[in-house]
Design a protein around this ligand. Structure first.
Ligand SMILES: [Zn+2]
Length: 434
């Protein structure tokens, strides 16, 4: 059981880490080093020997290993990123880098994404050191840089250049899971992430015949591009149920006493009401046109027009995504991946998933645990290259009316102290039993 000091420390560490400004504006403009040193010092205080690793000066990652009692058990990776997205102080009620604790709530950028989890991990391993407790499995603790941009200085670098530090790890746990989802009707759901959609950020280029804007031109690049992105934007992607989403729909249907008919998922989603939010973005691929760039003068037809599309594909859905894009863009428009990240899938019938579920149910007996697939991505994508299956598990018990999803990259990001205490208790129980 997490002791009082662990409960105090999780609040102190969350607050302290928020105060260390690790804003990641992309393009390499971020310094995680002070936060990494802060975390490393607290790990060292627990008798561990953290390693600090940088690909780029100041972009620091921290990795430490806790030796388990069962050498035959597969090590488990527990990771959190140290960087945060930018915050404009003038938009906030409390300064985003104050880490202020006001009325039982810790305020600031990173309170949810994800200095809270970094603090929980630190608080738990320090409590274990005080008690002399050793887990069964080896635990590899990693705090990463650069998750909010390309991960090239963070988990991507660790996976490519330092795979030995993760030797033997088969599974990992990190952000976005086991938080309270209030359905508005009194039910409390705790979704645990067991998958992520893949990212396909696309660049479309239409080519045509440049010329005078007053002439007939059937090879207008702007027209060709517009037609292609209209087809993409209006495309209705077919329903595809991955094992995680199938399990989520089945369990949610059971919770609401709805007859499960997975042949008509859209009808089922409608019946689920607000809880449909947990699955609706992950029952099909998606592709949204987001940027356009063409032309330089109103009476000149340009020879080229460019658009960008934010595409996301399900685990197992990348081939279909590619062939569909080939068809939708047609012969006059080329497309390429500007940025591509794999989709992930983790089993929901694994002993590890069962342990996460049991830990949540113990401390939130009123809660209903269901698996879900994240619509976006995390560092788990990079670690998957090492054969590590990723789960999203950052336990938080949240009050009704607190909009968890809006906290991610949002204004007035904050986390209740009680939620952090719950998180430490659940994470401690999970990591002790897994
Ligand atoms: Zn995050």
């Amino acid at each position: 059981m997490a002791d009082q000091q662990a409960l105090d420390e999780v609040v102190e560490f969350t607050s302290d880490l928020i105060r260390i400004d690790t804003t990641n504006r992309s393009g390499g403009d971020c310094q995680e080093r002070p936060a990494a040193e802060y975390a490393a010092a607290r790990l060292a205080g627990a008798g561990l020997e953290p390693t600090l690793l940088e690909r780029t000066k100041g972009r620091t990652n921290v990795v430490a290993r806790i030796e388990g009692t069962d050498p035959s058990a597969d090590p488990l990776l527990v990771h959190g990123h140290l960087d945060v997205v930018p915050a404009e102080a003038r938009d906030w009620s409390v300064h985003p880098f104050s880490g202020e604790v006001r009325d039982g709530v810790v305020w600031g950028r990173g309170a949810v994404d994800m200095k809270n989890m970094d603090a929980m991990i630190l608080a738990v391993v320090r409590a274990w050191a005080r008690e002399g407790f050793r887990p069964r499995r080896d635990l590899v603790i990693a705090f990463t840089a650069d998750e909010e941009a390309s991960a090239e200085d963070g988990s991507g670098f660790l996976a490519d250049e330092h795979p030995g530090l993760f030797e033997g790890c088969t599974e990992g746990v990190s952000e976005s899971g086991a938080f309270t989802f209030h359905d508005g009707g009194g039910r409390q759901i705790y979704p645990i992430a067991a998958g992520e959609r893949g990212t396909g950020w696309l660049k479309l280029t239409a080519r045509g015949r440049a010329g005078h804007g007053s002439k007939v031109n059937k090879e207008n690049a702007v027209t060709r591009l517009a037609a292609a992105i209209t087809r993409i934007g209006e495309h209705e992607w077919p329903l595809r149920l991955t094992p995680t989403v199938r399990a989520a729909l089945t369990e949610l249907a059971a919770l609401y006493g709805i007859e499960t008919d997975l042949r008509d998922v859209d009808a089922l989603l409608e019946k689920l009401g607000p809880a449909a939010k947990l699955v609706e973005a992950t029952v099909r691929n998606s592709a949204n046109p987001t940027m356009l760039d063409a032309g330089y003068k109103i009476n000149v037809i340009p020879g080229e027009a460019v658009a960008h599309v934010d595409g996301r594909y399900l685990p197992g859905g990348e081939d279909e995504f590619r062939t569909t894009l080939d068809r939708l863009t047609g012969p006059d428009v080329e497309w390429e991946f500007h940025h591509r990240e794999v989709a992930l899938q983790a089993p929901v019938d694994s002993p590890t998933y069962a342990k996460m579920r049991a830990a949540v149910e113990e401390f939130a007996p009123e809660g209903h645990v269901v698996p879900y697939c994240m619509s976006g991505g995390t560092d788990a994508k990079q670690f998957s290259r090492l054969g590590i299956t990723g789960y999203g598990f950052t336990p938080l018990r949240l009050p009704e009316g607190y909009d968890y999803q809006a906290m991610f990259h949002g204004v007035d990001e904050r986390v209740p102290v009680e939620a952090l205490h719950f998180g430490v208790r659940v994470l401690d129980r999970f990591l002790r039993t897994v």
